[in-house]
Design a protein around this ligand. Structure first.
Ligand code: NAP
Ligand code: F7E
Length: 367
């Protein structure tokens, strides 16, 4: 049985990746942080009681800010593949917590790579690099585009990116950087702009919110659907040679376009609700990201199938259900028609069961 370690398993991507790997028959070991509140909502539906026979999902406490537990886990689990997704992943927060962001998102990668190197284990390593590293470089951006990071987050990711290359070249580690452009879903954290918008649409319709305060509406992003992106991560580690890949849709849309589409899908006029609040502006902004993912298409045979409009519809439908309203329906139909069987489980009866039953996985974690 192939054995994988996933850092950031409780995050958006980690939860989809864990589903994918379990569906492929892997044994999956996830790193989770100790928190005084439950942080395992996104993986409740795949949680397996460690006492039941045939269990293949295991959770381990640890933190990227500390190397000792990482070494212990790598040495004892002896994984075939390591997917390093854990990070302080919020760009705006990185301006407020630059040192912490560097510690977790940059040095956290060093700690993990060192744990692998010192253990002497032959494992394959995936680093979650980011389109933010391109910063002010003009679009379209591909693997040859020079990086021009514009935030502490992007600088931390760039450090981790180069370190991953350095371990590949210096130590012969099978290590890949996936330079992923923005990817969203109904599991996206609520403070990222797409989810903030789709939740606001639902809460406005439910009569629980009057205004949506946003920052820069002109920034353009290449937005895709997250479950499709974790497939690209897996594909990278199945190749004969370790390489870096850009992953995105090749299309770009402004924040304003996302707002317009989300509100009009729900038959609302966005101008009545959206206001600009400077607190959501960043000291420096990445204006325009659009991927050239030709290499991933050619070598990995990876292509996205969910369009920008479908992404918006999926997320709005989800958030409508989350507040107890009927979904409009187009998003749900897209999910049924297009989303792979491996994550179908999460969509049964409008799952993901966020918030309930409270924290089983956290409670049963090995301590
Ligand atoms: P996310 O939802 O914010 O998840 C981040 C994960 O990292 C969570 O599981 C979080 O744990 C964990 N984490 C944070 N600090 C940690 C620490 N000190 N020790 C251990 N774990 C820690 O991010 P995502 O959207 O899934 O993204 C996954 C990775 O891809 C991240 O590295 C992100 O920077 C990168 N990336 C994301 C995108 C995107 O558009 N989503 C694009 C390019 C790259 P808690 O649940 O306890 O907070
Ligand atoms: O911002 C603008 C904001 O925070 C998108 C992370 O996953 O993708 C993500 O980083 C855009 C920016 O994502 C608000 O200024 C306007 O231009 O949703 P976001 P991000 O910064 O692109 C990359 C690829 C990653 O790697 C990161 O981990 O939207 N914007 N108004 C706003 N953004 C937020 N969050 N909130 C607002 O109110």
């Amino acid at each position: 049985m192939t054995r994988a370690v996933v850092t950031g398993i409780t995050g958006q991507d980690g939860s989809y990746l864990a589903e994918l790997l379990l569906a492929k028959g892997y044994e999956v070991h996830g790193l989770i942080r100790r928190a005084s509140t439950f942080n395992t909502d996104r993986i409740e539906h795949i949680y397996q009681d460690p006492h039941s026979p045939g269990v293949r999902l295991f959770l381990h406490y640890g933190d990227l800010a500390s190397g000792e537990q990482l070494s212990y886990l790598i040495y004892n689990i002896q994984p075939d593949e390591v997917y390093h997704l854990g990070a302080q992943s919020h760009v705006k927060v990185s301006f407020e917590m630059p040192e912490y962001t560097g510690d977790v998102s940059a040095l956290g990668t060093t700690r993990l790579l060192e744990a692998i190197r010192r253990s002497g284990i032959r494992t394959r390593f995936y680093q979650a690099s980011s389109s933010e590293m391109f910063g002010s470089a003009p679009p379209p951006q591909n693997e040859s585009t020079p990086f021009q990071p514009c935030s502490p987050y992007a600088a931390a990711k760039l450090y981790a990116h180069w370190l991953t290359r350095s371990y590949r070249e210096g130590y012969g580690l099978f290590a890949c950087n996936g330079i992923l452009f923005n990817h969203e879903s109904e599991r996206r954290g609520e403070t990222f702009v797409t989810r903030k918008i789709t939740r606001a649409v639902a809460l406005i319709l439910a009569g629980q919110q009057n205004k949506l305060y946003l920052g820069n509406l002109e920034a353009k992003r290449d937005w895709g659907y997250a479950p499709e992106y974790v497939e690209a991560m897996w594909l990278m580690l199945q190749q004969d040679e370790p390489e870096d890949y850009v992953v995105g849709t090749g299309e770009s849309h402004s924040v304003k376009e996302f707002v317009q589409l989300a509100f009009s899908y729900a038959n609302l006029d966005w101008r009545r609700y959206v206001e600009i609040d400077p607190r959501y502006l960043r000291p420096s902004e990445v204006d325009f990201l659009r991927s050239d993912a030709a290499k991933a298409k050619q070598k990995l045979r990876w292509e996205p199938h969910i369009s920008f409009q479908e992404l918006v519809q999926i997320m709005v439908d989800w958030d409508l259900k989350a507040v107890g309203l009927s979904p409009i329906g187009a998003g749900e139909r897209v999910l049924r028609a297009k989303v792979g069987a491996w994550c179908a489980k999460s969509y049964e009866n409008g799952v993901l069961k966020r918030g309930a039953p409270a924290g089983r996985a956290a409670l049963s974690c090995r301590i």
